[in-house]
Design a protein around this ligand. Structure first.
Ligand SMILES: [Zn+2]
Length: 431
């Protein structure tokens, strides 16, 4: 199975799939990191010690039975003591991920905790973050200091001069928390390279939750047209690709595509983006939702953008670590970096936090064919376009441009393409 299904998959298969994702997304090395799942018998399934994380097989996963008996061909992870300590302290947690992802390790060396108030979703998914003082890897003492932090109620802990450890109600929940916290850490580090990080107050974050529109009324969907089925597959493929390319994380991001008139298909809420299927996509027809499905909480914004802009046929709303650096600093993202960036994006304005709330007009008044992308401060990037693949490409171009600017910041003055050259590009490519 290529997709994570925590209800139907054996713990060893879940662990192999998640470690593979973590490795491929550059969030662990061959030797570092370990994952465990506790089952209904109290048996702990855990990654082995000293086996290549890029090439792990289900049969490599070790089982430590409730009575301490070890089953399997290797030794259990050397960090088994703290995995066990977390499960002992927290019966609500059934899965644990420990790794050394670069941005969170930066925080652990700087001996500080990422401030999740920079992005509402990060605060919501990760909760408050604990901090465990340094102790010898693999020691009972490390188990004790980590167990103590989890006993305080944290589900995510920074380990001093080491890395991070996170728990979840299942492995999908733990992975979402892990990915979200690492994105938050990357965003903060990138942001501090180019300016001052702005944090939201708890009141501002609550204001988002308070304004989420009531669910649309339902309609009974009698049959799915060929066109609709085609779009469902198209959206699914783009969402998975966005996750693989680091343009989207499991806990955040919405993709939609116009069907006909103002009807469109959109991704659901509360579903890991890595594991989206065509049948999860929700049809919105005449402002009503397909019966029994919960569309993205950003459906209102997508709907109004389609109503107002007949030339827009697809929309991606997401968070990526370099564009979000502009989002959390409020610095101007100048796309006159290379010809391709300007041709694809032209101007990318920053919109204030809250402009994406229901009944606000700022984004609707700004996005049009000359301004296809906006950054919503401390929240997201909104990318629009005609074909979905074109919109995705536009997102990638924007993220790459933001990356070049952030990385280039330390070299010296970054000089945009001049006004005359921009005029030449306009004449040749846009008129
Ligand atoms: Zn470690």
């Amino acid at each position: 199975m290529k997709f994570l299904n925590v209800e139907m998959m054996h713990p060893r298969d879940q662990i192999v799939m998640v470690i593979d994702r973590i490795y491929k997304r550059g969030m662990t090395t061959t030797s570092g990191g370990n994952i465990s799942v506790i089952d209904e018998n109290g048996d702990i399934w855990i990654t082995p010690s000293g086996v290549d994380k890029g090439n792990l097989k289900p049969r490599d996963i070790m089982r430590v039975k409730r009575d301490g008996t070890i089953v399997g061909p290797h030794k259990p992870s050397s960090e088994y003591p703290f995995h066990r300590a977390i499960f002992e302290m927290r019966p609500d947690l059934k899965a644990v991920i420990h790794a050394h992802p670069p941005a969170l390790v930066s925080f652990s060396i700087a001996r500080t905790i990422p401030d999740t108030n920079v992005i509402p979703q990060a605060k919501y998914v990760c909760g408050p973050i604990g901090y465990a003082p340094y102790a010898l890897p693999g020691s009972e003492e490390l188990g004790e200091v980590i167990g103590k932090e989890f006993a305080k109620g944290f589900k995510a802990v920074i380990m001093e001069n080491h890395g991070t450890v996170l728990g979840g109600s299942d492995l999908s929940d733990a992975f979402q928390r892990f990915e979200t916290l690492e994105l938050c850490a990357r965003t903060i580090i990138n942001a501090k390279t180019i300016g001052q990080c702005r944090r939201l107050s708890d009141e501002q974050i609550d204001a988002f939750e308070d304004q989420i529109p009531r669910l649309q009324p339902e309609f009974e969907c009698e049959m799915h047209s060929s066109k609709e089925r085609e779009i469902r597959t198209e959206i699914t493929k783009i969402v998975r690709r966005a996750c693989q390319q680091g343009m989207m994380i499991s806990s955040y991001g919405t993709v939609s595509r116009r069907l006909k008139g103002n009807d469109f298909l959109i991704t659901p809420t509360n579903k890991s983006r890595w594991d989206i299927f065509p049948e999860d996509i929700v049809l919105i027809k005449d402002g009503k939702r397909e019966k029994g499905k919960l569309p993205s909480r950003a459906t209102w914004l997508h709907q109004e953008l389609y109503r107002k802009n007949p030339e827009i046929n697809s929309i991606i709303l997401t968070q990526s670590p370099y564009l979000m650096a502009y989002g959390v600093t409020g610095e101007k993202f100048d796309v006159r970096t290379i010809p391709e960036s300007w041709i694809f994006l032209q101007d990318v304005p920053n919109m204030p936090f809250g402009s994406h709330f229901k009944d606000r007009n700022e984004i609707l008044d700004t996005i049009d064919k000359d301004t296809p992308v906006v950054i919503v401060e401390n929240d997201s990037v909104v990318v629009t376009g005609d074909k979905l693949l074109q919109t995705f490409d536009r997102l990638e171009v924007a993220e790459f441009s933001a990356k070049s600017l952030v990385l280039g910041h330390s070299i010296g003055d970054l000089i945009p393409i001049g006004a005359d050259e921009i005029e030449d590009l306009r004449k040749k490519f846009l008129s």
